[in-house]
Design a protein around this ligand. Structure first.
Ligand SMILES: NC(=O)c1ccc[n+]([C@@H]2O[C@H](COP(=O)([O-])OP(=O)(O)OC[C@H]3O[C@@H](n4cnc5c(N)ncnc54)[C@H](O)[C@@H]3O)[C@@H](O)[C@H]2O)c1
Length: 350
């Protein structure tokens, strides 16, 4: 009997990863063939989404046009989906993860291992928490992370890409590599897990900045400046917030770092919606509904969480001009045209 894998989440990325996991589990003795996928139940034209997935093997709402392997079984009950799993893959928008873990608590195998594909952070009154730490602390299991330049639709189309697994236990990183790597989804495992994860969260703020400059009519040179200045703020933030565990510069050169930043700033949803935020004058909620069909945007919320952390720690706003400017545009009605000033006044080096 191989290890049982369960996927917590079934959005765009969750469904793309379910394609890979289903195929790999069907082909390997190391893993149990059946893969449970927790699906937040929704009615689609009078039918339950779980029933559609289990009969037509397609997530018609979040990954239409792609067949899911038949051994991926949609389960609408979170505890039922997770209770016998040896391996848990967490892939939900970050605002839901704490509630999900509280429900799963006491129902998870004590020797289960987890991996988070979630890009975002959690802000509590104690300060900033990585999503992997939220899961680890509530469920008492080891949690690795997977982040990279991985737009879900392209991964589902089996177009070649790279990704990064960050682990704290090397053996677990290798298990996840065997579970998830395919010829077109190439994985590099590193032990600088916190940096891998912080890159995945912070790059969405930078992508909003890229969207703003495109919406304002600037060109590729300006987007590249946003990427470079944003990367400097990401590196500075990682250093400041993990003083006991300083980030390795090489990690920023993995897929989770520069590559994900470039992809997100050119093609990701945060860039596209932020651009439309400038050109359409609609609210983020309206644009999420119209452009993302139920998917959630991560950048504005992450900018807000980073800003709150800066306030808690009494960090001067001038230290992170780009992050603060994105926050002020979304939450303080600062005109978007002012964004260019944060680039003009930005320190050349940090
Ligand atoms: N989509 C991508 O290209 C991509 C790539 C890499 C990483 N990620 C990250 O993966 C994570 C998950 O993203 P995604 O694209 O799979 O999700 P998504 O935004 O496509 O889908 C939303 C998900 O949330 C669920 N949901 C909606 N309302 C809910 C509610 N009220 N309660 C509970 N669940 C609810 C839906 O069922 C669906 O599974 C995010 O952190 C994202 O940043 C996404």
């Amino acid at each position: 009997m191989g290890k049982k894998v369960c996927i917590i989440g079934s959005g765009n990325w969750g469904s793309a990863i379910a394609k890979i996991v289903g195929d790999q589990c069907a082909a390997s003795d190391e893993f149990h063939t059946d893969v449970h996928m927790y699906v937040y139940e929704e009615m689609i034209k009078g039918e339950k989404l779980t029933e559609i997935i289990n009969t037509r093997h397609e997530n018609v709402k979040y990954l239409p046009g792609h067949k899911l392997p038949q051994n991926v079984i949609a389960v609408p009950d979170l505890v039922e989906a997770g209770k016998n799993a040896d391996i848990m893959i967490f892939v939900v928008p970050h605002q839901f993860i704490r509630g999900f873990c509280e429900k799963l608590k006491d129902h998870v195998k004590p020797d289960a291992i987890g991996i988070s594909l979630i890009k975002g952070m959690d802000h509590t009154k104690e300060g900033l928490q990585l999503i992997s730490d939220v899961i680890k602390n509530i469920l008492s299991i080891d949690v690795s992370v997977l982040m990279g330049a991985n737009i879900a639709s392209e991964v589902a189309d089996e177009k070649f890409c790279e990704t990064t697994i960050g682990c704290t236990v090397d053996a677990n990183g290798q298990i996840f590599k065997r579970l998830l790597q395919t010829p077109n989804f190439r994985i590099c495992v590193v032990n600088d897990s916190k940096t891998v994860e912080i890159c995945g969260a912070l790059k969405n703020i930078v992508a909003c900045g890229a969207g703003f400059v495109c919406g304002l009519g600037y060109g590729d040179n300006t987007v590249s400046a946003v990427i470079r200045l944003g990367l400097m703020e990401m590196m500075k933030f990682a250093k400041a917030f993990f003083p006991d565990n300083p980030p390795q510069t090489a990690t920023f050169l993995e897929s989770c770092g520069v590559a994900d930043l470039v992809t997100t700033c050119y093609g990701g949803r945060n860039r596209r919606v932020s651009q439309a935020f400038v050109t359409s004058k609609k609210t983020i909620e309206q644009l999420e509904e119209e452009m993302l069909g139920g998917q959630k945007l991560q950048g504005p919320q992450t900018a807000q969480e980073v800003y709150k952390v800066m306030q808690t720690l009494k960090i001067n706003e001038d230290e992170y001009p780009l992050f603060v400017s994105v926050y002020n545009i979304f939450f303080n009605n600062t005109p978007v045209k002012n964004f260019i000033e944060c680039l003009q006044k930005h320190p050349e080096h940090m």
